[in-house]
Write a protein that binds this ligand. Structure first.
Ligand SMILES: O=C(O)CCC(=O)C(=O)O
Length: 187
């Protein structure tokens, strides 16, 4: 039986650390609404994003090209802590801001060629709790995780090759959520 390649660390950040990071991220002025291509049509993303990464690192998803222009001190400190604790190096972070439960992320996998053959992704959640669904390709078995303020999710080996994941809409949620996804891009 295949082990689920998603490991959920509840309360990985203390509530004071999570509150401080949420405040810092909310105060940023560089949130943008990108445009992506879905089913052959260009549409605005149903969320806001900030991309950071090592200088010149390029990551493209859904036909949206992103280029690393360096790190803010708090996100660089966090990626160092992740590398020390999990032994997973990363050179980019994509921050997603879900303004409320109308913002979402559809079923997908992080399998762009520049992420290598078996990407691992580390995801930190801040703000409103949101459902995070994972589905195994083999039999479409689906599991729901609830990601809360300060929780960390490690999507390990095979998580992107044999599974898909999504953040479904939740129309009753009125508060914002920020998610930070750290990845290693091979240039
Ligand atoms: O918001 C999340 O928890 C998931 C983000 C995600 O799936 C992604 O950035 O690929």
């Amino acid at each position: 039986m295949e082990v689920i390649p998603f490991t959920h660390f509840k309360g990985w950040l203390s509530s004071s650390e999570a509150d401080a990071l949420l405040d810092t991220m909310v105060a940023r002025r560089d949130w943008t609404q990108g445009r992506i291509r879905m089913f052959g049509r260009e549409v605005p993303e149903p969320r806001l994003t900030i991309f950071e990464g090592d200088l010149g690192v390029r990551y493209t998803y859904a036909h949206r090209p992103l280029v690393g222009r360096g790190w803010s001190p708090e996100l660089e400190a966090l990626r160092g802590r992740l590398a020390r604790e999990f032994g997973i190096p990363t050179n980019t972070v994509l921050a997603n801001l879900y303004r409320d439960g109308r913002d979402s992320m559809g079923w997908h996998r992080d399998h762009e060629p520049e992420l290598g053959p078996d990407p691992q992704v580390i995801s930190l959640s801040l703000g409103a709790p949101r459902d995070f669904d994972v589905r195994r390709d083999l039999d479409r078995w689906t599991q729901r995780l609830v990601l809360q303020h300060g929780d960390l999710l490690v999507m390990g080996t095979k998580s992107q090759t044999n599974w898909t994941h999504c953040v479904p809409k939740r129309l009753k949620i009125t508060n914002l959520r920020i998610n930070l996804t750290f990845r290693q891009v091979f240039c």
